[in-house]
Design a binder for this molecule. Structure first.
Ligand code: GDP
Length: 197
């Protein structure tokens, strides 16, 4: 699949204010600064679709982008931003979990993890929660261009081992780099396959 059109639809502060539409939705989430905006821009080949910013965790809303007038790419707020107050964190958490649990149009959650880091507790907890909630998800490793191929492989292997401590099988995963457009076809084809099934 290629992306011919990518249009910003709306930003919602809660699930009840998401678009009144039945098209399938694919959500992207991860820790602040994981490279989510860069990945969304890379996938859509639009450098400005999601705002990349040096201020981590700027997006605090559920952002919908209509792709090819067929499906929505949903940019969820980043989690784990240390400089937020407890009340703010709780509010964001409620918004994210509310969307994921209640949005019937949601088909798949892509959890972004920085390939340079060891498996992080906050990501593993989030992934476990998705699994326990029976939400289909896939993992996207970001910033692969920052490591040598050997280290990319070692990092992915370590993540797989960690996941297999808890899960019977590794969920689908993708190695990506927004700098090099690595993984673009794989992620878009994955979405395409689900849309056609
Ligand atoms: P977000 O907070 O998750 O939306 O993260 P951003 O997309 O704003 O990226 C955070 C920082 O990582 C920025 O300085 C980006 O330029 C950088 N970054 C994101 N993706 C990549 C990538 O694939 N390769 C490299 N080298 N840097 C990246």
């Amino acid at each position: 699949m290629d992306i011919k059109t990518a249009e910003f639809t709306l930003s919602a502060p809660r699930v009840s204010m998401c678009p009144n539409d039945t098209k399938p939705e694919y959500a992207f989430i991860g820790r602040s600064n994981v490279g989510k905006s860069s990945l969304i821009n890379m996938l859509s080949r639009n450098k400005k679709l999601a705002k990349t910013s040096s201020t981590p965790g700027k997006t605090l809303l559920i952002n919908h982008f209509l792709i090819n007038r067929e499906w929505y790419l949903v940019d969820l707020p980043g989690y784990g931003y240390a400089k937020r107050s407890k009340t703010e964190v709780a509010k964001l958490d409620q918004m994210i979990r509310g969307y994921i649990l209640e949005r019937e149009q949601l088909v798949n959650v892509f959890v972004l993890v920085d390939i340079r880091l060891e498996p992080q507790k906050i990501d593993l907890e989030f992934i476990n929660w998705l699994g326990l909630s029976s939400i289909p998800f896939a993992i996207i490793f970001t910033k692969a261009d920052k490591l040598s191929e050997g280290k990319v492989k070692a990092s992915v292997d370590a993540y797989v081992r960690k996941m297999l401590e808890t899960w019977e099988e590794m969920p689908p995963y993708f190695v990506t780099s927004s700098e090099k457009a690595r993984g673009r076809d794989e992620v878009l084809d994955y979405i395409d396959q689900i849309n056609k099934s």
